[in-house]
Design a protein around this ligand. Structure first.
Ligand SMILES: [Zn+2]
Length: 205
């Protein structure tokens, strides 16, 4: 039996992060209840955002404002180049930016490491991170801030990264700090409010 278009669309929504079968089906029926102009706008925006968004070659975030392959943060001369914050995902960077308490540079790992991951280099941007630190340290990179979620995978990844960059940081006299656990255990950076981020940054160690 071939599946209906309703089933096929449900299956697509079901692939979205955090969206279960039931919710996926709700999205489909919601779309069906909307008028044609809503659906057309949605389709056009999805195509447009995909065409306009590119990876920044410096920090690896996705942005619609890429000039000379770099995003608006990386090409901003007012940003403090002595600080590099490592975050897992784009949405974490956005949340830190929204808090307005950090004026340094970023690097996006792409993900957290699952516990006991066999191929860390395929899972997160380790080689690219080393390259980024090399490039920044020809300037005056003074501090690397590991800013990951306060959950099991976040802690594991932070420890792995700390070890991975330890000797390089030591050679180049770069301080490596961890975001203070103003983030209570289990908190994901993406859901932390500005006050929490400010405290976590102030209490980094
Ligand atoms: Zn960038």
């Amino acid at each position: 039996m071939t599946s209906s278009t309703i089933d096929k669309l449900t299956e697509l929504f079901n692939r979205f992060p955090g969206i279960g079968q039931r919710q996926a089906k709700r999205f489909v029926y919601f779309l069906l209840s909307q008028n044609d102009s809503f659906v057309k706008e949605l389709i056009n925006l999805v195509i447009q955002v995909k065409q306009e968004t590119k990876y920044c070659v410096v920090c690896f975030r996705l942005s619609t404002k890429i000039t000379d392959n770099a995003c608006e943060i990386c090409s901003d001369h007012k940003r403090d180049k002595t600080k590099l914050m490592i975050v897992a995902k784009d949405i974490d960077l956005e949340n830190v930016e929204k808090s307005g308490v950090y004026d340094g540079c970023y690097f996006i790992l792409g993900s957290l490491l699952p516990i006991l991951e066999k191929n860390p280099e395929e899972k997160i941007r380790l080689r690219e991170l080393i390259e980024r630190i090399e490039n920044l340290s020809t300037g005056n990179l003074a501090e690397i801030i590991i800013a990951l979620s306060a959950n099991t995978e976040g802690d594991y990844t932070a420890e792995y990264l700390g070890n991975y960059i330890a000797s390089m940081a030591k050679d180049k006299q770069i301080k490596v700090s961890l975001l203070g656990r103003g983030l209570s255990t289990g908190t994901e950076l993406e859901y932390s409010d500005s006050d929490t981020i400010r405290n976590a940054l102030k209490n980094r160690q």
